[in-house]
Design a protein. Sequence first.
Length: 680
Amino acid sequence: MSSVVRNGETRLYEALFQLAQSISGHDDLQGLCRGLATSLKPVIDVDYLGLALYDQPQHLLRLHAITGISVDLNHAIMSAAADDNPAGWVWQNQQPVVIPDLALECRWSDFVSKVRGSDCDALMMFPLTSGSRRLGVLAFGKQNSYEPGDAELAFLSRVASESAVTLDAHLMQQELRRQRDRLQVLLSITNAFVSKLAPDQLFSAMSSELQKLLDHDVAAITLCNESGQLELHAFRFIGDAQYEVPQEPVSPEGLPSGEALRTGKPVVVQESDWVRFPSPILQQWRDAGLKSACCVPLITKKGAIGTLELARRSEHAFTEDEVNLCVQVAGQVAIVVENALAYRELARMKEKLATEKLYLEAEIRFDQNLTNMIGDSPAFRALLKSAQVVAPTDATVLVLGETGTGKELIARAIHDMSGRSARSFVKVNCPAIPATLLESELFGHEKGAFTGASGQKIGRFELADHGTLFLDEVGEIPLELQSKLLRAIQEQEFERLGGNRTIRVDIRVIAATNRNLKAMVEEGKFRSDLYYRLHVFPLEVPPLRERKPDIPLLVRYFAQKYAQRMNRKIDSIPAAALEELSNYEWPGNIRELQNVIERSVIVTQGPVLQVSTQEFRSVSGVLPVRCSRLSTDERATIVLALRESNGVVGGPNGAAARLGLKRTTLQSRMRKLKIGKEYR
């Protein structure tokens, strides 16, 4: 036997026995290779020994262990095809390759030049095959040229066969341990998910369990919001890594997340690949020392709803096995996130329905006729025609008219004739809500947003989602709140007070006012952009004095309504009373008429309505002042009413009644306009 195999046949079998014992005692491939070299050294005169295993998904032979040469195993990859390296030829043909002198070898020139650069002049490669399983290639090298004889080749083939059997058992045990560890981690993550941990503790527990099998320095969960941007919902740094966490939603464009969401597949990024993703967030990752990342989409029945992100400072790219583990964990995370979102939506809907119930109950208790529209005058028919034209659209409507003309009634009619009639009609009486609370009433607030905010509150905008929002007396909204109102109307999105989550809604806005908004814009008391956003389709509600033919119809309607409510029987209304009522100017419009008829029903003792017409006559015999919206020239209108009432503010003939205002309201406006005693 030649110099490669020493000391005869007995030593050969002893070496094979020691070989089996040595390599079976190692768990890692590098240790197995060292044990193999140690066992063969007494009987085989070789300088280098290498072990390459087949990577089926990549169709590559990957060098896992070597002795005698310093090699970066992460880059020692050979194609399993037979056309560019001898290892591939051996794996394909299951035959050994012997190259006695690499300097004379003409095949596989690139491979040969790299090996010769490591001071290796002779090379022998043998297939590692266990049964029908092709495991890889076992290689022996010498520093000097050498051509083995038949005995050496037979012995080395025997060594490769024995090594393959042991290696196959080792790989199977390694795979079983890996599967066991993976199942244990997945079970631990599942147990964490079904626990009652807080969300931040839950994610930390998941990341800690995952760290046992998959090294990472950063873990994050992002979710897509309604506008398609990514919001960070969970984040964890491990160790001393430093990174500025984005607080605002970011666009997925130019990020691995965007590609993962678009394709529905994991995206693995190494430092050299990051040029593919131009987002500045990736540069922040690099500045934090992160060099490789894995982004896995969270897939549910509705598609991709977000991503699970892992990154590490190590240059080692995420392997296919690690990516597969990430996919399994992402599947669990997707279920948990989907359930959490569904629970949050159910809680939101429950709260919304409860709020809506209270709101509707309050509306039912509100003692007004808001379901029937009475009138047949030309002015009223023209108003209804305009309302019918705009109702099917989603255009913003601005209802203009004096106080008491029925602006809310018109707004409700538009809602009832629209495609949103099955959804909520939500009213906001702007002047009735203190300015400090109006923002919370409109947009809602989060717990702790301000002193006294003990819980979350849903605002009227959110309550009116898919319905109609009616802003009554919109001219009373404070100037500082108008910009946020404009954005909410224009963009159909807002944030609750104290919150950072953008809430999108689909609402139709109808606003009403008895003030001259255009004049307020010129005076700097109302934003011009908000005015033009509301002034899409203006509707002028005519005052009752311009609807004289409708007065008898309204009188009869209100008389029957209150008679039925008070269990009275009224059969007729005197013609003289109807004439007096029709000739009156009605500064308080329909609201004033309604109140007059209610009082008349109260005092009526028989079947004929008793209407006191004395209160409709001016003390001076002059007709009361016509109230063309106070805001046109508010001061002059009030002064004229005071002069005609001889300075009397209250009472049936006072200035407040002539203007259709409450006495206290008129007094407040007089103080504001500095109207003194000289007019009283």
